[in-house]
Design a protein around this ligand. Structure first.
Ligand SMILES: [Zn+2]
Length: 244
C-alpha cells in the first residue's frame, strides 16, 4: 500500500463522520415531525369522536320524535279508554295502552343510554383537547431545541465536508470516483479492511461481505498502491493495522 490507499483510508474515516453528522441532523429533524404527527393523530381522533357524537345525536332526536308520537298515542288511547262503552272495548284499549307504555319506557331507556354515550364522548373530546394543548407545548419546546441542534449539526457537517474536500484534492480523481460510487452503494462504506481468517495466516476475507479474498490480491496490496476491489462486493479493500 502507498499514499493513495492510505489517504482513502483517511477519507473513509471522514466519510464516516460526515454520514454520522448527517444522520444526527436527520434524527433531530425527525423528532419534530414525530411530535407533529402525534398532534395530527390526536386531532383526527377528536374529529372522529365529534362525528360519532353527531350520529348519536341524530339517533337520539329520531327516538325522541318517536317518543312524542307514542305519547300522543297514549293520550288518545287514554281518552278512548275513558269513553269506552263496553267491557270488551275497555279491555282491548287497556291492553293497547299498556303495550304503548311499555314501548315508551323502552325508548326512554334507549334515549337515556344514548345521552350517556354523548356525555362520555364529549368528556373524551375534552380529554383529547387537553392532550393536544400539552402536546403543542411539547412540540414548541422540541422545535426550539431541534432548531438549535440542527444549526450545530449543519455547522459540523460543513466543517467535515470541507475536510473531506481538502483530503479528496490529494487523491487522484479516478480513485475518488470509485470511492464515491462504492460509498453510494454501501451506505458510506467504501473502504474495508482485509481480515485474516481465524486460525489461518494465509486465508483472507473481505471486511465488508466476508467472502474469501485470494492471497495474491493481498500480496498486491502489500507491494503496490493500486486500488483493489473485493471481487464479490466491489468494495475497496485495504490491509488492516495501517493508520489505525
Ligand atoms: Zn466484499
Amino acid at each position: 500500500m502507498g499514499p493513495v490507499l492510505n489517504r482513502l483510508i483517511e477519507l473513509q474515516k471522514v466519510e464516516n463522520c460526515l454520514r454520522d453528522a448527517r444522520a444526527q441532523l436527520a434524527r433531530c429533524r425527525r423528532s419534530v415531525i414525530v411530535e407533529e404527527n402525534l398532534i395530527r393523530s390526536l386531532q383526527n381522533a377528536i374529529e372522529a369522536k365529534k362525528e360519532e357524537i353527531q350520529l348519536t345525536k341524530v339517533q337520539c332526536n329520531r327516538l325522541e320524535l318517536d317518543l312524542k308520537t307514542k305519547d300522543d298515542e297514549t293520550t288518545k288511547l287514554r281518552a278512548a279508554l275513558n269513553a269506552s262503552k263496553t267491557n270488551k272495548e275497555y279491555a282491548a284499549l287497556l291492553t293497547q295502552l299498556n303495550t304503548t307504555r311499555a314501548d315508551n319506557s323502552k325508548v326512554e331507556t334507549q334515549v337515556l343510554d344514548l345521552m350517556k354515550d354523548i356525555e362520555a364522548d364529549e368528556a373524551e373530546c375534552n380529554g383529547l383537547r387537553e392532550k393536544i394543548d400539552k402536546q403543542k407545548q411539547k412540540l414548541e419546546d422540541t422545535r426550539t431545541k431541534a432548531e438549535q441542534e440542527a444549526k450545530n449539526h449543519e455547522a459540523a457537517i460543513e466543517k467535515i465536508q470541507k475536510e473531506w474536500n481538502e483530503l479528496a484534492k490529494t487523491i487522484p480523481s479516478k480513485a475518488i470516483n470509485i470511492f464515491k460510487r462504492v460509498a453510494e452503494t454501501y451506505d458510506g462504506q467504501a473502504v474495508v479492511i482485509v481480515e485474516e481468517q481465524e486460525g489461518k495466516t494465509t486465508a483472507y476475507s473481505c471486511g465488508g461481505c466476508f467472502m474469501n479474498i485470494a492471497a495474491e490480491l493481498v500480496n498486491v496490496l502489500m507491494t503496490r498502491d493500486d486500488i483493489i476491489r473485493c471481487p464479490n462486493c466491489t468494495r475497496i479493500i485495504v490491509l488492516g493495522n495501517v493508520q489505525e
